[in-house]
Design a protein around this ligand. Structure first.
Ligand SMILES: Cc1cc2nc3c(=O)[nH]c(=O)nc-3n(C[C@H](O)[C@H](O)[C@H](O)COP(=O)(O)OP(=O)(O)OC[C@H]3O[C@@H](n4cnc5c(N)ncnc54)[C@H](O)[C@@H]3O)c2cc1C
Length: 381
């Protein structure tokens, strides 16, 4: 039985793993270089879905992730982070239209809920939408999808962990891992603190490759940036996640909306102070698209522009569970972490404490990257 586990990163993965560990009786320290939810989990679209995810094992993991959210929200003593609002999606043009039809057919084949709605049905769900923006040939509707208020979920999971005895250390980066040939012995922090460990979980999101490197492991990643625009409270009823051709949007709490478009992701630049700058024209473009879709958005203003970094392992799939070469070093790293975190974090926590989760974790093991040269000897691609 593991006694002391250090979880590196207090984003949604670190929080979920820590909650899963303390629930099982482990002593846990969560360490973050900054503030909890100050990384990607604070700058994300956080749409819960398994829409078009391949291969099948990834689809099943995502469906299990959605079910875990539903269960947690039902059981929790407080909530407010979980919004199973449904998702509406349509496409422009023959190619994108055919791709969407294939996606809907594919998920239906997997037993996932999806159906086609005509314009009148969409307007009954979203009366604030401009009818002219809707396609004549149907909108795909995924009723079990939705969105998560991730900072709020991080707060809840960390509070659960703390009430189970966990310590949360903030503003203190992990700068070193003391390892022997086969395991990690201690974690070193920038403050000079040294934490002896029985196990370590790498939940460092977009920085996971750097943390793996401290253990002599090479995790190839191809992170990308995304730009998110938050509006002031808008006098318009947007109830669902919407994926329209020129804008993706969803409610963001207290009447605010969150807007995104992959077309403006490239507009983020690193500024001189190390933060991000986003071209104002890109922000205007996504706001204009939102106004065209929901004219009531015109009365809102831009409240915040956020840039998030998607933590994407090189093959696009999650990296979960222990590393074969370093038996007490574990990973919980993925894109789609908003969807997966509660379920995947719990699987990882269970394995850290000796439960056999091999079947669920097998497709997502770090060791699949051995083809890049093997743990500790390969190169980032
Ligand atoms: C634009 C955008 C849109 C997205 N849309 C969706 C979506 O619709 N649906 C979905 O499911 N997912 C989505 N995602 C992905 C999802 O948000 C992420 O997978 C998830 O938030 C990752 O959480 P995390 O805990 O792994 O990382 P993070 O939240 O980044 O947490 C990692 C933490 O580790 C800390 N850290 C790093 N290095 C160190 C160190 N050396 N020492 C100590 N601490 C360290 C950081 O400070 C950070 O707080 C999106 C992401 C982006 C950017």
């Amino acid at each position: 039985m593991v006694t002391h586990v250090v979880v590196i990163g207090a984003g949604v993965y670190g929080a979920a793993v820590a909650a899963g560990l303390t629930r099982r009786g482990a002593r846990v320290t969560v360490v973050d270089a900054g503030a909890p939810a100050g990384g990607t989990s604070g700058a994300t679209f956080s749409w819960t879905n398994s829409c078009g995810k391949q291969p099948r094992a990834y689809h099943e993991l995502s469906v299990a992730g959605m079910a875990a959210h539903r269960r947690l929200a039902a059981e929790a003593t407080q909530d407010g982070w979980y919004h199973e609002s449904g998702n509406l999606e349509w496409a422009d043009g023959d190619v994108a239209g055919a791709r969407l039809r294939a996606k809907v057919a594919g998920v239906l084949d997997y037993g996932y809920e999806a159906r086609w709605l005509d314009r009148a049905e969409v307007l009954r769900l979203e009366p604030g939408m401009a009818q002219a923006e809707l396609p004549p040939d149907g909108v795909a509707y995924f009723p079990r999808e939705g969105w998560i208020d991730l900072p709020r979920l991080v707060g809840y999971l960390l509070a659960t962990a703390v009430s189970g005895g966990a310590e949360v250390v903030r503003d203190d980066a992990v700068t070193g891992l003391e390892t022997t040939a086969a395991e990690v012995r201690a974690v070193r922090l920038a403050s000079g603190r040294r934490l002896p460990v029985a196990a370590v979980v790498n939940c460092a999101g977009p920085q996971a490759a750097r943390v793996a490197e401290l253990a002599g492991l090479v995790l190839p990643m191809r992170n990308t940036r995304g730009v998110l625009v938050q509006t002031s409270p808008a006098p318009v009823a947007v109830s669902r996640v919407v994926h329209a051709p020129r804008v993706h949007l969803r409610p963001d709490g207290d009447g605010r909306l969150l807007l995104h478009s992959p077309e403006i992701d490239g507009a983020a630049r690193v500024a001189d102070d190390g933060g991000f700058q986003v071209a104002p024209s890109a922000v205007e473009r996504v706001v204009e698209a939102a106004v065209a879709l929901y004219p009531g958005v015109r009365a809102a203003s831009v409240r915040d522009v956020r840039v998030g970094e998607r933590p994407i392992p090189d093959d696009g799939l999650p990296v979960l569970g222990r590393a074969a070469a370093l038996a007490n070093f574990h990973f919980a790293v993925s894109h789609s972490g908003a969807t997966l975190c509660v379920h995947a974090g719990d699987l990882v926590a269970a394995e850290v404490l000796g439960e056999d989760r091999s079947e669920e974790l097998a497709p997502f093991r770090f060791d699949r990257f051995n083809r890049y040269g093997g743990a500790g000897t390969g190169h980032n691609s």
